[in-house]
Ligand binder design. Structure first.
Ligand code: CO
Ligand code: CO
Length: 329
């Protein structure tokens, strides 16, 4: 589910309580979860957006990898999906739509997700995404707000996609960096999710529109039982991101994210403004942010690296001090 103005509009509107609703829109969880029986629940999510890369085939792949990620972040298994398309039929050739959907299908195939339908409207601006339905055991749901004191905090992909994508328009980005970032955005969080389920972890979310610190806040702020220490020098960042951030090439979303959550951030030594911009940079199809017990952290990390999730890094830990806060150390 993509955070945004919808949450604000729905805020205060009371929905009749349903005991089968395990995770709903009021809890800032990644996906909605509804219990069908004692050992089966459905996981649902939906995401769509305007193109962030020129190539429609790649954009289709990114949009699908991004939407599936919320199911993976909850520990669910996605099964079926539906396309959501807004298409400017008077401006663009239908071959663009075809390429985009082909990219989407490639990722669904990789994820073993079956396309069951979809809906399109004419739209002055191209938009694409999918709705996803998956399954999960009701007792195996991985919440974003259940981290335990002592947990290591693991991030599975580098950050900086928002800044790099902003620098694409003035054509400042070298081709090899574009390739690296695109490769990361089309990479499913499936393998990372399967490995974390195998090990058993305490909390997980995926890093998307609110940026690394925005999503980190969701893990500690809501019920404020714990605090999270983050080591900024340990965070994997795409090459050149720093340079662009220093030049002020930062998407507006990073500033919105910062304004929304800066009150929850404690800085042990003052961060530079550009580093804060990177830490709040909105991500597309970002990695999983996982809280796992210290006994399991190193072996899980090795297992992920062995499976090709090469940038996986321990970037912090859960502490009992500074409850409800992120401490940048
Ligand atoms: Co989402
Ligand atoms: Co999410």
């Amino acid at each position: 589910m993509a955070p945004g103005v919808l949450d604000k509009a729905l805020c205060g509107l009371i929905q009749r309580e349903n005991p089968n609703l395990i995770a709903g829109f009021d809890k800032a969880e990644d996906a909605g979860i509804y219990k069908l029986t004692d050992d089966l629940a459905i996981v649902q999510t939906l995401d769509f957006f305007t193109p962030i890369v020129d190539d429609p085939y790649l954009f289709g792949q990114i949009a699908v990898a991004n939407a599936l990620s919320d199911v993976y972040a909850m520990g669910g298994k996605p099964l079926v999906a539906m396309n959501i398309v807004g298409f400017p039929i008077k401006k663009l050739d239908v071959s663009v739509l075809r390429e985009m959907l082909k990219g989407g299908m490639k990722k669904m195939e990789e994820a073993e997700v079956t396309l069951v339908g979809g809906h399109s409207v004419e739209d002055p601006e191209l938009k694409y995404g999918i709705s996803v339905t998956g399954v999960i055991h009701p007792d195996k749901v991985i919440s974003n707000a259940s981290a335990k004191i002592g947990d290591k905090v693991i991030l599975t992909k580098p950050i900086g996609t928002g800044i790099i994508n902003t620098a694409l328009k003035p054509e400042l980005v070298a081709p090899e960096i574009i390739d690296k970032v695109t490769e990361s955005m089309i990479t499913l969080n499936r393998k990372a999710s399967e490995i974390m389920q195998e090990f058993g972890v305490n909390a997980c979310t995926d890093v998307t529109g609110f940026g690394l610190l925005g999503h980190a806040c969701e893990m500690v702020v809501e019920d404020a039982r714990v605090g999270m220490v983050i080591y900024p020098d340990k965070i994997p960042i795409f090459p050149e991101t720093e340079n662009f951030a220093k030049m002020g090439i930062v998407p507006a979303g990073a500033y919105r994210n910062k304004m929304f959550r800066i009150g929850f951030i404690e800085q042990q030594s003052k961060m530079s403004d550009w580093m804060m911009d990177i830490l709040f940079d909105p991500q597309t199809s970002g990695g999983l942010l996982i809280c796992v017990s210290p006994e399991k952290a190193d072996t899980m990390l090795q297992e992920m690296k062995k499976s090709g999730i090469e940038n996986t890094t321990i970037i912090g830990e859960i502490v009992k001090e500074s409850k409800g806060k992120i401490i940048l150390q």
